[in-house]
Structures are given as structure tokens and as C-alpha cells.
Ligand binder design. Structure first.
Ligand code: 6R9
Length: 646
């Protein structure tokens, strides 16, 4: 982490507006029913109880799932911070997503309505999803996949992507989903780190009308991945692609010999067995492989989906994230399926072909619960209120937000234009590492624009100073969580030392890497990262990843990448580039360098601003001081520069 970590973060924005829940919301809420079963009628006293009875709470939640064998210990912390949950228990998260529902009327319910970039639609019932997943699992078995193997998934937002994820987990193998917008190098690095045996991809896809040649990118990536034995390709567009004999196989060719009634039993997994690795950016150049397990993750994802989105049998739920991010894992796939929900999966982008695309999807499928990002909202705000006004959004009953701070203006716009001034907005704070939502209101609590409000039951989140002391009401500091929770990451794949830093930055607490304030009424407002992570449109990027990409270009000597506030994306990337001798700054070179980032990392990482500079501020040990660069750029006080060179 960078030297700026413990700079003063004490800036407080006061927000006076409070939106209380209606009595109808409170009466019908899922969480109300649970609270009442424990003898509580208000959230605050229930929350206090939950801190003292966290194991009872999580036992109750875990009991809602299907276990092949019950757990013997709810929590173990013999080897701090390698905490364990539900030890001795055996389950498979996919059994809870599919097999369980096949034995109930949910069998005939739609699991996913899909809409493609070009507007075509397709739906799968739980039964159809179950059949496809079993067949896909058999196909993977035929390619040699077995328990514990790692399988990379590099696919567009199509139903087969969900099937692939579920099939891998059904076998007890470990999926690592790589966002379909990442470039070949990024895919390669993740495959290498996870030592994946198989990669599942598609021929290609359109996003916003733009063709992405996924198979071609995969071919390039696997040129340098010694562990990949097979490439399984789903035909989505029918592109003319090449298949390498002995390595590549089309799913439909494999499927031709796999009968409809194929049954591949769910592998009984130990609670602590690996479910997935998901790579995310940190403050070094190498993305971290965040590890999640079957037991605690399942319990956390199922519980939060139920309490935060308050899902009911008749809901049509839509999370606009991509499966390639943690939000897609927990709140497109696992959480909703464990709750037997009907969801929407959308392949396209919000403004294609017109800026009312999302609103038309809501109208078409009669979406009742919408979970999206501040960037999505701000992006569509720009086009004006007339676009949502064209559509009947009256099916909606609950809204959600995730990925970055939502500014009060966007919050109010969202509530007014999409929520007809009456729908509650769940501003949910969490991270890839936390596995599921930790700080968020539920439908029974008062809301404040721009605030994730309060921690969920049992979650002891706090805002502290650099010594780990609570700052108290009305102050700012670092966001921490005081006690482990079931869905927390278990380690960083292949790098346990990096995992330990989360619990050692401040003694014995989970250090989230975010700055936050807590107001006079105890509402938490998460402000953003205190490390070198940049959140562009809600997606995590490391300064070092962008810098490493640029220094690999022959013209570049040194680079510093920083995040700058952006009215739509939350933050955008600005890079400062020192050229090697013999190279001159030019608009052409600027273009070339941006393209270089696009093709080596992915479109997300492309800097919006690029400045050629003769020098960069450095510490005496030669480390580039991004904090100083950023402060200068934003006209903020530079702070302590005692370690600065010169
Ligand atoms: C789920 C996800 C995690 C980082 C986190 C924080 C930011 C997420 C937020 C939020 C303010 C919210 N973040 N939700 N900031 N309010 N409701 O986004 O995971 O990609 O790992 O990013 O996102 O900075 O530390 P991930």
C-alpha cells in the first residue's frame, strides 16, 4: 500500500435528508419475520443482539440451506486470520441453486430471462437450467475436469456463462471468471496464476453493437499458458473461428452425445473447499486471486440477497453487473438462485441502441427489483428525464446501488425518475474480498442519500483513526470490520502473506482500504479508496497495472497513473508519461499509448487523460509519489513530503 494510507481523511459532508420506510414495507419484509422470530421489533436492538449472538444468527441462516452433512463448529479461529466457518459440514452451493428447487414447484419457474445485445430473448426455467448444467458438467468431465481443478471462464453475458459457472462448481472444480472485456494478456496472467486446466469461451459477442472476438483473444492468451489442456467454445454468434485439433472443442459437438437426462451428482464439498478464485486489483501490479469457499460464501450470499433485496416468490430481479465481477457472482448467480428467484440477464450496454435500453428491459420483463451502479445511473442521467419517462416502470418496488459511492444528486435522481419518489434505495457497500454485502440498509430502515447507512446483522463495521481507535460520531477515518463473517475471502490464491495484510494493517481488524465518515446519527458514508486502487465506472483498477502496461511500450521510460474525480465514471484514469530519449511527445504517440493499454489490459483501463512530462516526484528510495501528483493535479494540499526526493 502507498505512503498516503494514513493521511487525514476527515472530510464530512452533511446530509440532512432522511427517507423513512413505510409501515407496509416494514410489515412485509423478510427481515421483519426473522427479527420477530427472535423477539425484536426494531432494527437497532436486533442488530445489538446480533453482535452478541453472531453464531446463533449464522447458524439460523445456514440451516436454511441444504447440507449433505451438518457442520460441527460454526466458527474456528485456531489459525488467525485463516478463519473457518461451518467446519465439518458438507454441501455443494449448486445443489442449493438447482437440485433443491427441482424438488419443489420452483422447478417450473423461470430462473433467467435473457436479452441479447441485439434484442433477442431466451428464457430458462429452473428445470431447463438444471438439465443444461448437468449436461455441461458431463462435458467438462469428458474433458478431464474433476474436483479441485481450476477452470477459467471467459464469456459474454449469455445463459451458457451461468451454466458454465454452475457446471464447474457442481463438479467441485474451481471457477475463475475473467471479465469478457479484458485483453489477452490479462486473461493469460489469470490463467497462469490459477493454473487453470480448461478455459471456456465463446466464438464472440456484440456489446453495444461492437464485435468482440473472444475465441481469437483466448487463442492469443493460451499461447503462453502451459496448464491449459482444453478450450471449450460455445457458439454464440456463429463466427468463422479456427479450432485447434486436440485442444479446442465446440460445446454443441460435445453436447451431441450427451443425453438430455444426464445426471451428474453434485460433488459433496467440505464447507471450506474452494468454490472460486476471482481476480481483483490491489496496489501492486499483480491482480490478487481472491479465494471463496462453498460453505460460508453460500450462507452469506443467500442471506444478504434475501434480506437486502427482500426477494419474494413473484419478484423479477435484475442485477445489471457483469458475471465477471464479484457482484455478478454473488448477486446474478448464487444469491438469486439459492433464493429461487427469477432474474434477468442482459448482454448489452445501457445506452445502445438508445439511452432507454435499460428502461425498456425493465418494462419488458416487468422487473420489480433493480440492482445497478452509480456510474450506470449518472451515465443515463446525462440523457435527461425524458428517456425513463417513456417507459412504464411501475413494476419496480425496490432499487439498489453498488460499486462506488453514489453522490446524493444521483441518488435523488434515481429515486425520483426510476423510483417515482417512493421506492427505497439499498446503497450496498462490500468488496470482492467480503464476498457479500456488509453495509447496507434493509427495507425496514431509514435511508440517507449517499450513505450505505449501517452494517447488516452481526457485522461490526466501524470508522477508525490510524491507531485503530473509533473516531466517533461526526468524524472521518478508515473503514474496518471487527470480526470475521462467513463469506469473507479465505486467502489470496498462492499468496497467503498478501491475505494476512488485510488483518494486520491495523491489529486484529479487517482493513477494507476505504475512507469513510460516520455522521451524528451513525450513518456511514464510504468515500473511496485510500490505496492505489482506482474505481473506474465501479470497476477496480490498480495504478500499477496501468503503469506496467505502459512501461512495456518501447517509447516509455516511466509512468504514474492516478484516479481523478469524474462526473459520470466516479473516477477516470490520468497518466503522466516520461518518454525515453529519442521519443517526442505527439498526438499520434498519445493515441498509440492509449491503444497499447487497451490491447494489453482492456478497454476499462484506457486513460482518459495522458500528459507527457519530463519528471515525476519520487521518494528518496525512488518510488513514484502518486499521492503528491494527485494532490497537485487536484489543487489539494500536498501534505507530508518529508520523504520526497529533492
Ligand atoms: C462490490 C464491489 C470494492 C470497492 C470498495 C469501495 C467501492 C463498493 C460501494 C463502494 C461506496 C458503495 N464500493 N460499493 N463505495 N459505496 N456502496 O464493488 O467490489 O470491485 O471489489 O470493489 O468498491 O471502494 O472498497 P469490488
Amino acid at each position: 500500500m502507498s505512503g498516503n494510507l494514513f493521511e487525514d481523511t476527515d472530510s464530512i459532508l452533511s446530509e440532512e435528508r432522511i427517507f423513512p420506510p413505510t409501515s407496509e414495507m416494514v410489515a412485509q419484509a423478510n427481515i421483519t419475520a426473522y427479527m420477530e422470530s427472535k423477539g425484536f421489533s426494531d432494527y437497532d436492538s436486533f442488530y445489538k443482539w446480533s453482535l452478541e449472538n453472531r453464531f446463533e444468527f449464522w447458524d439460523d441462516m445456514a440451516k436454511k440451506l441444504h447440507w449433505f452433512e451438518p457442520w460441527t463448529n460454526t466458527f474456528e479461529w485456531t489459525n488467525k486470520p485463516f478463519f473457518k466457518w461451518f467446519t465439518g459440514g458438507k454441501l455443494n452451493i449448486v445443489y442449493n441453486c438447482l437440485d433443491r428447487h427441482i424438488q419443489t414447484p420452483t422447478r417450473h419457474k423461470v430462473a433467467f430471462h435473457w436479452e441479447g445485445d441485439d434484442g433477442q430473448t431466451r428464457s430458462l426455467t429452473y428445470e431447463q437450467l438444471y438439465i443444461l448444467t448437468n449436461r455441461f458438467a458431463r462435458g467438462l468431465q469428458q474433458l478431464g475436469v474433476k474436483k479441485g481443478d481450476r477452470v477459467a471462464i471467459y464469456m459474454p453475458a449469455i445463459l451458457e456463462q451461468i451454466v458454465a459457472v454452475l457446471a464447474v462448481a457442481r463438479l467441485g472444480a474451481v471457477h475463475t471468471v475473467v471479465f469478457g472485456g479484458f485483453a489477452a494478456n490479462s486473461l493469460r496472467d489469470r490463467i497462469i496464476d490459477a493454473e487453470a486446466k480448461v478455459v471456456i469461451t465463446a466464438d464472440g459477442n456484440y456489446r453495444g453493437g461492437k464485435l468482440i472476438q473472444l475465441k481469437k483473444i483466448t487463442d492469443e492468451a493460451v499461447l503462453e499458458t502451459p496448464t491449459i489442456e482444453k478450450v471449450l467454445v460455445v457458439k454464440h454468434l456463429g463466427l468463422d473461428i479456427s479450432l485447434q485439433e486436440g485442444r479446442d472443442v465446440y460445446w454443441h459437438d460435445l453436447a451431441a452425445d450427451i443425453p438430455e437426462d444426464t445426471f451428474v451428482p453434485c460433488e459433496p464439498m467440505d464447507s471450506e473447499d474452494l468454490l472460486f478464485i476471482l481476480y481483483t486489483s490491489g496496489s501492486t501490479g499483480k491482480p490478487k486471486g481472491v479465494v471463496h469457499v462453498h460453505g460460508g460464501y453460500a450462507v452469506g450470499a443467500a442471506t444478504t440477497t434475501n434480506f437486502v433485496f427482500d426477494l419474494k416468490d413473484e419478484d423479477i430481479y435484475w442485477c445489471t453487473a457483469d458475471v465477471g465481477w464479484v457482484t455478478g457472482h454473488s448477486y446474478i448467480i448464487y444469491g438469486p438462485l439459492m433464493n429461487g428467484a427469477t432474474s434477468v440477464l442482459f448482454e448489452g450496454v445501457p445506452s445502445y441502441p438508445n439511452p432507454d435500453r435499460w428502461w425498456s428491459v425493465i418494462e419488458k420483463f416487468k422487473v420489480t427489483v433493480l440492482y445497478t451502479s452509480p456510474t450506470g445511473i449518472r451515465g443515463l442521467m446525462r440523457f435527461g428525464e425524458e428517456w425513463p419517462a417513456k417507459h412504464d416502470l411501475s413494476s419496480l418496488r425496490l432499487l439498489g446501488s453498488v460499486g462506488e459511492p453514489i453522490n446524493p444528486e444521483a441518488w435523488i435522481w434515481y429515486r425520483h425518475n426510476i423510483g417515482r419518489d417512493e421506492l427505497p434505495i439499498m446503497d450496498t457497500w462490500w468488496q470482492t474480498e467480503t464476498g457479500s454485502i456488509l453495509i447496507s440498509p434493509t427495507i425496514i430502515q431509514p435511508l440517507k442519500p449517499g450513505s450505505a447507512t449501517r452494517p447488516l446483522p452481526t457485522i461490526e463495521a466501524d470508522v477508525v483513526d490510524k491507531n485503530g481507535q473509533s473516531v466517533g460520531l461526526g468524524k472521518g477515518g478508515f473503514l474496518i470490520v471487527r470480526h470475521p463473517w462467513p463469506s469473507q475471502m479465505r486467502t489470496i490464491y498462492g499468496d497467503p502473506a498478501r491475505y494476512i495484510t488485510y488483518w494486520e494493517t491495523l491489529p486484529d481488524v479487517y482493513f477494507a482500504g476505504d475512507a469513510a465518515t460516520i455522521d451524528q446519527e451513525g450513518f456511514i458514508r464510504v468515500q473511496g479508496r485510500v490505496d492505489d486502487v482506482i474505481k473506474v465506472s465501479g470497476h477496480r483498477l490498480g495504478s500499477m497495472e496501468i503503469e506496467s502496461s505502459l512501461v512495456s511500450h518501447p517509447a516509455v521510460a516511466e509512468v504514474a497513473a492516478i484516479g481523478k474525480p469524474d462526473p459520470v465514471k466516479g473516477e477516470h484514469v490520468k497518466v503522466f508519461v516520461i518518454l525515453k530519449n529519442g521519443f517526442e511527445p505527439s498526438p499520434e504517440l498519445e493515441k498509440e499509448l492509449k491503444l497499447h493499454v487497451r490491447t494489453s489490459v482492456g478497454a476499462l483501463a484506457v486513460p482518459d487523460e495522458l500528459e507527457f512530462t519530463p519528471s515525476l516526484p519520487k521518494t528518496r528510495s525512488g518510488k513514484i509519489m502518486r499521492r503528491v501528483i494527485r494532490a497537485k493535479e487536484l489543487g489539494e494540499p500536498i501534505g507530508d513530503t518529508s520523504t520526497l526526493d529533492g
